[in-house]
Design a protein around this ligand. Structure first.
Ligand code: NAP
Length: 374
């Protein structure tokens, strides 16, 4: 395999290092905007140098962002090159275009590192669904949020302090919005559900609530009552109905999710034969992530194209009812649906997931957290 590597940052550099010296694959060209000299690969600032090189059969996209990643990946598929990417935003946003195009052109399209970084989650999901019906996917999919929530819970830090620490350690971006508002997790649960259930979820119907409104007083309430708050994604398929959402969730102390420390991930599927199967590990980092990118390249060599058949556009049906913890806002709807109070916060009666997320849209200062099922 001769690889054209797009981007030479955290992941790209890792891919270059992990493929060095391998007999079965070589990074032949690297598209990099900086002036870098590499002993074993030609470096160029011009993507055309890669796309027009017929000796390159596989593109590894590690630039991130939507543009020009989308234009480059699309052009590469049209030129008959396999794609391996770690870019969840790209795959999730252009799923309905890029996956069918790759199928039409007969090239492989893999993105294992896009969900869970170093955890072989999507590739195992691919194997899992060959044998059984997948009923549920989800869990803790964002290391930045987990780091913040864990630091607030175990070390007693305030939200701003915990975020600053995550930024200093390189776990959070200078602009943390995508992580703390749950968008990164949203991309990941949509991709996971698409593969697990063989659909293309209508993204507009997957609600998301993040952690940016949480306060130390909320954490104190949870600790007092024996709960730990985590940002948890859920994708469920029952009798053809799919529900999918991302929200802060209260898990009982002692449950596996409650014990996930620092920036780790814990992702789970429930299958009709295997039952519950969980994956724990580093959701990010140069070598863990590059490891999964190179694993995907090895799978391309074995002809493993994509994880599941491309599925048609499907809307979710988020009618599950859950109890919620709500703080920061009070209004008539909340008063009507109040079951009990925890200091200044409200515990609701069971309300549907779609109902409370619609309410939260009009009350963006509210912090909501669902009580975990079961
Ligand atoms: N880092 C992780 O642990 C991790 C884990 C899982 C998934 N991912 C995903 O992997 C992707 C890459 O992440 P990363 O952390 O490696 O990002 P990064 O360190 O910012 O690296 C991206 C590199 O691509 C370069 N680039 C941007 N536009 C380019 C262009 N038009 N042509 C050539 N190079 C260009 C950037 O150059 P400049 O800096 O000059 O703009 C940068 O060097 C993202 O989609 C991310 O979500 C990352």
């Amino acid at each position: 395999m001769r690889i054209g590597l797009l981007g030479f940052g955290v992941v790209g550099r890792g891919v270059y290092d992990l493929t060095a010296g391998r007999q079965d694959m070589t990074v032949a060209k690297v598209v990099c905007l900086e002036d870098v000299t590499l002993p074993d690969a030609q470096v160029t600032k011009n993507f055309q140098d890669v796309i027009t090189d017929d000796s390159i059969d596989t593109i590894v996209e590690a630039m991130g962002g939507l543009h020009p990643a989308y234009e480059f990946v699309k052009a590469a598929i049209e030129a008959g090159k396999n794609i391996v990417t770690s870019n969840k935003a790209l795959v999730c946003t252009f799923y309905d275009e890029l996956i069918p195009l790759a199928k039409e052109k007969g090239v492989c399209f893999r993105c294992t590192a896009a969900v869970g970084g170093g955890i072989g989650w999507l590739s195992e999901l691919e194997r899992a669904r060959r044998m059984q019906t997948i009923e549920q996917v989800g869990g803790i999919m964002n290391g930045t949020c987990n780091y913040i929530l864990d630091s607030m819970t175990r070390l007693g830090l305030g939200y701003d302090e915990a975020l600053k620490q995550a930024q200093q350690l390189g776990y959070a971006e200078a602009n943390p919005t995508t992580d703390v508002e749950g968008i990164d997790t949203w991309h990941k649960v949509i991709l996971s559900s698409n593969i697990a259930f063989g659909v293309s979820l209508d993204k507009e119907t997957v609600p998301v609530a993040g952690i940016s409104q949480i306060k130390a007083s909320d954490i104190a309430n949870f600790t007092e009552k024996g709960y730990v708050c985590k940002l948890i994604s859920t994708g469920k398929c029952k009798d053809g109905n799919i529900s999918a959402y991302v929200q802060p969730t209260l898990v009982k102390q002692g449950q596996p999710e409650s014990a996930v420390p620092a920036n780790y991930n814990l992702i789970t599927f429930v299958g009709s034969a295997s039952d519950r199967m969980s994956f724990y590990g580093q959701g990010a980092g140069r070598y863990p992530t590059a490891y999964n990118v190179v694993q995907d390249c090895a799978d391309v060599l074995l002809g493993r194209g994509f994880y599941s058949p491309y599925g048609e556009k499907t809307a979710t049906n988020n009618t599950d009812t859950l109890r919620y913890y709500v703080s920061g806002v009070s209004d008539a709807w909340l008063a009507e649906n109040t079951d009990e109070r925890w200091n200044d916060a409200v515990i609701t009666k069971p309300v549907s997931v779609s109902q409370i997320h619609a309410w939260r849209k009009n009350n963006p200062n509210a912090f909501i957290a669902a009580f975990a099922e079961g």
